[in-house]
Design a protein around this ligand. Structure first.
Ligand code: NAD
Length: 458
């Protein structure tokens, strides 16, 4: 049975395109073809793979304006922010091409009575299930690492960005990456199990919400397949009494509204010590108020719509529930009466445990302000979360901030005195309900390899 899936422009609510899904039989055929492609791809040298991957990066950069426009149309990313996503993709291609041979080189080890080698061999077809929020980057980050490692890749992208998935497949083809080394599956969520359980599929990498991650991991576990899970979070940014408040305010506004507030490592909870709470709050609210939503295809727009109507409804319900439980809505908090799935910048105060604004993930331009007594209380609040992806600290005493981040922050990444996103050369990933496994920095290339011991008697 095939069907169609609509791509809807979130700024207008209008359908842009319809895509046909593939049948279960066509799906099985794609999986087999991707396995066949693996048998050849795994034998190519790092140099050969690297040259093709570098070409993918060049083409992504050369087409960045066209691709950015596609993301704007399909998921509402402000057009000014799209090219940066494509530059990051190129950076990932270059880093992976430059470093794979070293990161995956055979290692020698001691062995009583002989010598030993550890070899990191590719394992086969890796299945990626990805979200829409960075429609190119999400795909590039696991695909490029796995292709450099010698695996081949299947992608089930979020249904609202299938135009972006198609554009990526075209770029890989144009770069000369052999047929079926990277295959897009136009399938419904319900067909994902069929891929996971297929014997040719050797690993599953999922990025998305913790709720879906649980289901994907349970499914993969049932079939004893390894997973990488990159899930959501409610990252805390701590503002200590010795912070540069202007710098903190700027970074905390950018960190909240970038990508329309729909970033896994967005700054979501702002934990401010009592001594500077009022000063930070006044400046932060003022700056958030100045950010107006608008047409994402206008290069001056800093805040576009949310990607889907149901996501906007969910965000608004979380705001209303938090307010019903005692939070104060200082600005925003109303669904505007306009076409498209827009939501205004919103600041909530008096946020406490038991509220979605404290316990959950608010995926949109809504900031939760939390007052802390002091540094110890601030880090306690930061870690008082089921999530553990990123976070931040603002303090003019850099050594103090580094110590706090390194020794006490229970997350995978911490920004200090700024707001940073993914970097090609640094590990990216979370702890607790934010998932397990790492992307980037060479760590992603080692997630789905067979680290094999060879023991040679002398
Ligand atoms: P989601 O979990 O709803 O969907 C993610 C993907 O899973 C999509 O492709 C979707 O079609 C698919 N999916 C949904 N239900 C499925 C099912 N039952 N079986 C198979 N596939 C299914 O997530 P979302 O709301 O689209 O994305 C936003 C979430 O992703 C946020 O929580 C965000 O923090 C998280 N995220 C995490 C990272 C990271 O690196 N940690 C990066 C980006 C986004």
């Amino acid at each position: 049975m095939t069907d169609t899936v609509k791509s809807i422009n979130p700024a207008t609510g209008q359908t842009i395109r319809e895509f046909d899904t593939i049948s279960d039989e066509q799906l099985n055929q794609k999986i087999e073809q991707t396995h066949e492609a693996f048998l050849d791809w795994k034998q190519r040298s790092f140099d050969e793979r690297g040259a093709l991957i570098r070409k993918v990066g060049e083409l992504l950069a050369a087409n960045k304006d066209r691709l950015a426009r596609l993301a704007t149309d399909e998921m509402g990313k402000p057009i000014a922010q799209g090219p940066g996503e494509l530059d990051l993709c190129k950076g990932i291609c270059d880093y992976s091409a430059d470093n794979a041979a070293d990161m995956l080189a055979d290692e020698t080890r001691d062995l009583p009575g002989g010598r030993a080698l550890v070899s990191h061999q590719p394992i086969g077809v890796i299945f990626g299930i990805q979200p829409w929020n960075f429609p190119f980057y999400q795909v590039v980050r696991y695909t490029i690492a796995n292709l450099m490692a010698g695996n081949t890749v299947l992608l089930k992208h979020a249904p609202n960005v299938w135009g972006c998935a198609e554009a990526l497949e075209d770029i890989f083809r144009e770069a000369g990456v052999p047929e079926n080394v990277f295959n897009v599956l136009y399938i419904h969520d319900a067909q994902a199990s069929q891929v996971t359980e297929h014997p040719r599929v050797r690993g599953v990498t999922f990025t998305g919400s913790a709720a879906t991650g649980r289901k994907i991991a349970a499914d993969a576990g049932q079939h004893l397949k390894k997973t990488v899970l990159e899930l959501g979070s409610n990252d805390a940014f701590l503002v200590l009494e010795d912070a540069d408040i202007d710098k903190a305010v700027d970074a905390c506004v950018t960190g909240r509204i970038n990508n329309n507030g729909q970033t896994c490592v967005a700054a979501k909870r702002f934990v401010v010590v009592d001594a500077v709470y009022d000063k930070f709050r006044d400046a932060y609210v003022e700056k958030m108020k100045q950010v107006e939503f608008g047409d994402p295809s206008d290069k001056n727009t800093a805040l576009g719509p949310l990607a889907r109507e149901d996501l906007r409804d969910k965000l608004h319900a979380q705001v209303k529930e938090s307010v019903a439980n005692g939070a104060t809505c200082t600005i925003g908090g109303e669904v505007p009466d306009v076409e498209g799935f827009f939501y205004p910048t919103t600041v909530l105060e008096n946020v406490r445990p038991g509220m979605p604004a404290y316990d959950g993930e608010l995926f949109g331009p809504v900031a939760s302000l939390i007052r802390a007594k002091d540094e110890a209380d601030a880090i306690r609040i930061a870690n008082d979360s089921v999530y553990g992806l990123g976070g931040g600290i603002f303090s003019k005493d850099e050594d103090r901030a580094v110590r706090l981040a390194r020794d006490h922050f229970d997350t995978g990444m911490v920004s200090i005195n700024g707001y940073f996103i993914a970097q090609p050369n640094l590990p990216f990933g979370g702890v607790k309900d934010s998932g397990h496994g790492r992307e980037h920095g060479g760590f992603g290339m080692r997630e789905f390899v067979n680290s094999k011991s060879l023991m040679i008697a002398q």
